[in-house]
Design a protein around this ligand. Sequence first.
Ligand SMILES: Cc1cc2nc3c(=O)[nH]c(=O)nc-3n(C[C@H](O)[C@H](O)[C@H](O)COP(=O)(O)O)c2cc1C
Length: 174
Amino acid sequence: MDFLDLAKSRYSERSFDQRPVEQEKLDKILEAGQVVPTACNYQPQKFYLIRSEEGLKKLRQVTPFHYNVPLMILVCYDARLVWRNPADRYYENYNSGEQDASIAAATMMYEAEELGIHSIWIRGFDSKNVVDTFDLPEYMIPVMMLGLGYPAKNSKAHAWHYKNRPIDELVEER
Ligand SMILES: Cc1cc2nc3c(=O)[nH]c(=O)nc-3n(C[C@H](O)[C@H](O)[C@H](O)COP(=O)(O)O)c2cc1C
């Protein structure tokens, strides 16, 4: 499928079938998150797989937006590996971690879509709670969670999916 058609066909899945994501598909999704560009190629992205009964129980404790997903990837960055730009006068102590992790997450999201696996991007959680519950080291910074699975029979996109701001509001010449 043409990439733009793939991008348009993706929507946030909030109604999952309990069928597990096959390991071969998961391997490809993770590889998609491995090969992304990162600042100076430092590769600070880190993926925690949450799919065991115990892990999914913890997941339900840290976010109301778990949607009974069979597989969640908690995407973090390792603060020891980020590119830093102390010369940036606009941001205080700018580092590239969120960008690096987000590129990895987005690329995994579209690889999943290509494989027929639906996804949901989740940021509705308290990072401290996530760090404590999943016992992450202090240098591992949670960025988002990517829920993955097959859609339930009644699955459909939320109305928000169809609301796009006009392109001329998003784009400007300078
Ligand atoms: C940074 C970010 C955070 C989001 N957090 C949540 C969330 O916590 N819960 C949720 O249900 N959806 C979440 N979403 C999904 C958005 O609501 C969704 O992408 C948006 O409404 C557009 O709909 P679509 O993805 O179906 O096209 C998040 C998306 C992004 C990019």
